[in-house]
Design a protein around this ligand. Structure first.
Ligand SMILES: [Zn+2]
Length: 262
């Protein structure tokens, strides 16, 4: 082997070793990107809410019920950020998604497709897990770059719309989706909410997606719904406990009435 060739080999090996090392670093975690950009994240979240298509449902009573479910999950799970805010938006798409600044958007048509408060709690806990695990900011940084999180983003409507588009229509990484499923399941268990609702909703969405693919956004951003429903159902089987009624039938009706028109 010539000297030049062995030097080349060493260079190539060094390149791949460096590349491998960098690929192992969680930049958001280790360099505290999320912390540095906390204010920018909040600004970004507010800008996204303003740009969302559809009207926020003004029914106070519906929001009270939705917040009651949120509070029950939060109180049983101290690791979830306490400042999560819910927004109930009238929209024909079946969707719910987390955005920067600890906001969760819930579309009216998703609630319409829920047959029980337990199913809705399953979706909410999954989205809360994306927030707790910092998936939202990680996705923006990895797909759009750190510049998108900088304060300029909040005043740049094109970037704001691009981020909204990504968060509402793109799946997180598969391992992140699985992590959110499992964390969400544990949240429900801790809050004494029957986790069966989470699996049944996932199953139902998989079936409905075949008939109306254009509006089934929540499930289209969550690949392999049938497989995941099965994984959730299997994991739920190992959990035992007594489950309490999440909200009263009257409260559930208030939510259904507020979201009935579309
Ligand atoms: Zn998800």
């Amino acid at each position: 082997m010539t000297k030049a060739f062995s030097q080349l080999l060493i260079l190539v090996a060094l390149f791949f070793a460096t590349w491998w090392c960098f690929s192992r670093i969680d930049f958001v975690k280790h360099f505290h990107l999320a912390k540095v950009s906390e204010k920018a994240e909040q600004k970004l979240g507010e800008a996204i809410i303003k740009s969302i298509d559809g009207n926020e449902i003004a029914s106070d009573s519906a929001l009270i019920v939705l917040n009651k479910i949120k509070t029950i999950i939060l109180e049983a799970n101290p690791a979830i950020p306490k400042d999560i805010q819910l927004h109930l938006i009238r929209n024909k798409d079946v969707n719910a998604f987390a955005i920067p600044g600890h906001h969760i958007i819930v579309y009216s048509n998703l609630i319409k497709k829920c047959d029980s408060a337990g199913e809705l709690a399953g979706v909410m806990s999954h989205e809360m897990a994306h927030i707790e695990l910092n998936h939202v900011m990680k996705m923006i940084v990895s797909q759009l770059g750190i510049g998108a999180v900088a304060s300029v983003a909040a005043s740049n409507s094109a970037i704001v719309n691009q981020i909204l588009q990504k968060l509402s229509t793109t799946a997180f990484e598969r391992k992140q989706e699985t992590a959110a499923d499992m964390a969400g399941l544990q949240y429900l268990q801790n809050a004494h909410i029957n986790p069966a609702g989470m699996a049944s909703f996932m199953n139902k969405m998989a079936t409905m997606q075949k008939d109306q693919p254009e509006i089934m956004e929540w499930i289209s951003t969550h690949p392999d719904p049938q497989k995941r429903a099965q994984a959730i159902a299997d994991a739920a089987k190992s959990l035992t406990g007594t489950y309490t009624e999440l909200i009263t039938p009257h409260e559930w009706q208030i939510l259904k009435d507020a979201t009935a028109t579309r």
